[in-house]
Design a protein around this ligand. Structure first.
Ligand code: ZN
Ligand code: ZN
Length: 267
């Protein structure tokens, strides 16, 4: 599997990166490339077009409905509906499956400003996320886990063929936005790559519970759950990423990287 960081900026787009968005791709046995998008936060739809034709996305996973994870679905809707050659207005192109929390399409419609009675159902087929159930998309098996954030929120495990040996299955775990909880531990468990948010800083944000991880807490989870590699993400521009890195470094012996926009990880 190939993971491309479309955007990694925490809570809002930053000068160096859009907000959260990650592209996971792998080929099936016939050589067809499948593309699953995890989140599409502010600014991410522009950058996404550098890596994939948006018409080629096979499924979208939305971790939760904060704008730094889903606001660019408004732009995607325009592209998918009104593209003068390929848009749903001119073709019988199918809606993209969007796995997202309750009432997601109503929220997307509100954000865009659709009139009453209008919907995005012809562009985005909203599928409710359910935990404990595996969804298959091409060569991927996708599982959702409820995590610890002030709104209904999920993280994901995406399992698919190894980029190095396609006969082997490997797993990318993505925390979404979360504080410490059992869900994020399951996401990290033995993951080949654990993509973990680390928006908070030890000592600075200790009074805000049930919101975000720190580098230290992400490192501890990676270590205790046996993740092989840790990529720290969702870092707001006001943080020093080196502080986050060294917090995690104290807890986790494996490879640690700070996500940056356009970085590609082969898993
Ligand atoms: Zn966020
Ligand atoms: Zn959030």
């Amino acid at each position: 599997m190939k993971l491309t960081v479309v955007g990694m900026s925490g809570s809002f787009a930053g000068p160096q990166s859009p907000a959260s968005s990650y592209l996971v791709q792998a080929s099936d046995a016939d050589g067809r490339v499948w593309s699953v998008l995890m989140d599409l936060g502010s600014g991410a739809f522009g950058a996404l077009q550098n890596y994939v034709d948006p018409f080629e996305i096979d499924a979208i996973l939305v971790s939760h409905l904060h704008p730094d994870h889903c606001s660019d679905l408004s732009g995607y809707y325009v592209y998918y509906k009104y593209h003068p050659v390929l848009g749903t207005q001119y073709t019988d192109r199918a809606a993209i499956p969007v796995f997202a929390p309750e009432n997601a399409n109503a929220r997307f419609a509100l954000a865009y400003g659709l009139d009453e009675g209008e919907s995005m159902d012809e562009q985005f087929e909203h599928l409710k996320l359910s935990c404990g159930q595996t969804t298959t998309v091409g060569p991927f098996e996708i599982e959702a886990f409820e995590v610890n954030h002030p709104v209904e929120a999920y993280g994901f495990r995406v399992t698919g063929p190894s980029q190095f040996d396609p006969s082997q299955r490997v797993t990318i775990g993505y925390s979404g936005d979360t504080d410490e909880c059992e869900g994020v531990r399951k996401i990290a468990r033995n993951a080949d790559l654990f993509l973990s948010e680390a928006a908070f800083v030890e000592g600075r944000d200790d009074d805000i519970p049930a919101m975000h991880l720190t580098g230290k807490r992400a490192g501890l989870i990676a270590s205790q759950e046996g993740a092989k590699r840790l990529v720290l993400t969702h870092i707001p521009p006001w943080n020093d990423p080196n502080v986050t890195y060294y917090e995690a470094r104290d807890e986790f012996d494996g490879t640690i990287e700070i996500a940056r926009a356009s970085a590609v990880y082969h898993v």
